[in-house]
Write a protein that binds this ligand. Structure first.
Ligand code: DI6
Ligand code: FE
Length: 409
């Protein structure tokens, strides 16, 4: 390869997360990485680097290089906050009781409907920056706090605008089937009509969503209602994701696996049969330890059974005002280990290659391999175990998005 390349990163230890390379991190020590046109064109031991003429060289000074982190499940765009509700739950009220008493998601819906698009943008950008400062280069943002046509569109447009004005990749999911809006009290099937006949077609026309999500739960929608949303999404050629078995077993995961969903998220209450169905369909398990922690849940998802069945396991923040007001993906790695028994390497896989798979993006990112995006983070650490082990002080030394330096000043 005598030709030039845009960038050469040398003198680094690469945690490629490539499952074809031996070891939990797919590590290549004393490596070099060549980048052209925003993509990795060569990666391997530095001593094997063929002649090349880079326009720019980064000396990694022996630091570790990982894929850019991916947060595959957030509700980052919303108005208001729910601090008062947090105090009520500490006082003994359950999440369901608060929701049934008109609080919960519906209180954030009121605040989000009342906020202008500009206000929503201003409220959401600091949450985005918090994740980016941790090395997040791709994230997913859901709607779901509008529950009417105009506000669902307002939320999704805000997410697209955040992507236009920040050096980060953002994909979106329409989660209009998040909760029943007060104006449809007792008329859930009619609200599902609105989603299938008006909201999803309008979202698709404006290409505002890359997937469709739904809350299939005792305080959300039934399997039959969610199946209708899945059918409508398929008609629009949009992939689906499901908030499933978070608070009880409902049959949501079985429905999602049968539909070939990209992912099922939460899944604390899934059965052994659900695990096999996910293994069969290739549906990714997205674990959300922050919501488990915040809701002081005690039933953990069956991680060992998922691993034994070969189900792909991702980790995410579920950043939202109610069940996880925590803008830290690194803390989720730590919680994934401490609360769900993952190893540090499995936690990093959960926020890189598995998270990419949960978004249908594994052909473009999540692993350091030739042909994939040069989304990479340089870390001043001795071992990648430190990413799940310590929270707060260990910050990225450099963040590259498509080979471009986007490290915040
Ligand atoms: N499950 C959750 O934990 C979040 N949404 C969902 O479907 C909670 C959202 C909120 O409480 O605002
Ligand atoms: Fe969620």
């Amino acid at each position: 390869m005598t030709e030039r390349c845009d960038l050469l990163i040398t003198n680094v230890n690469a945690a490629t997360m490539d499952p074809s390379i031996v070891g939990g991190y797919g590590a290549v020590e004393d490596a070099a990485v060549a980048v052209t046109g925003g993509k990795i064109v060569w990666l391997g031991p530095r001593r094997e680097l063929p002649d090349c003429t880079p326009d720019q060289i980064i000396d990694g000074e022996g630091q570790w290089l990982t894929p850019g982190l991916i947060d595959c499940h957030t509700h980052l765009v919303y108005g208001g906050h729910r601090a008062g509700e947090f105090a009520r739950r500490l006082g003994g009220e359950s999440y369901e009781e608060v929701a049934r008493a008109g609080g919960g998601i519906i209180s954030t819906v009121r605040a989000t409907r009342a906020a202008s698009a500009e206000q929503l943008y201003r409220l959401s950008e600091p949450r985005l920056h918090a994740l980016m400062s941790e090395g997040v280069t791709t994230l997913e943002i859901k709607s779901g706090y509008g529950l009417d046509l105009d506000t669902e569109l307002k939320q999704l447009r805000t997410a697209r605008r955040l992507a236009q004005h920040n050096p980060v990749e953002i994909v979106t999911s329409c989660l209009a089937a998040h909760a029943l809006p007060p104006e449809y009290d007792g008329r859930a099937d009619e609200y599902i009509d609105l989603i299938c006949e008006q909201i999803l077609p309008a979202v698709a026309r404006e290409q505002l969503a890359d997937a469709v999500d739904m809350f299939c739960e005792t305080i959300g929608f039934t399997v039959d209602q969610c199946q209708r949303v899945i059918d409508a999404a398929k008609k629009l050629d949009l992939p689906v994701k499901v908030h499933a078995e978070q608070l009880a077993r409902t049959g949501a995961t079985a429905m999602a696996a049968k539909a070939g969903a990209l992912s099922v998220d939460h899944i604390e209450y899934i059965s052994d049969a659900d695990v096999l169905a996910m293994a069969e369909s290739g549906t990714v398990a997205v674990l959300l330890p922050g919501a488990f922690y915040t809701l002081r849940e005690t039933q953990a998802p069956p991680v060992k059974k998922l691993q034994e069945a070969g189900v792909c396991i991702a980790l995410s923040t579920d950043l939202n005002p109610g069940s996880c007001p925590i803008a830290s993906l690194r803390l989720m790695m730590n919680m994934g280990c401490n609360l769900f028994g993952l190893t540090p390497a499995e936690a990093l896989a959960g926020v890189t290659r598995s998270a990419a798979r949960a978004l249908g993006l594994c052909c473009s990112r999540g692993v350091l391999r030739p042909g994939l995006r040069a989304d990479m983070v340089l870390w001043p650490m001795d071992t990648p175990d430190q990413l799940a082990y310590e929270i707060g002080a260990l910050k990225p030394a450099q963040i590259l998005l498509g080979g471009k330096d986007v490290t915040a000043g």
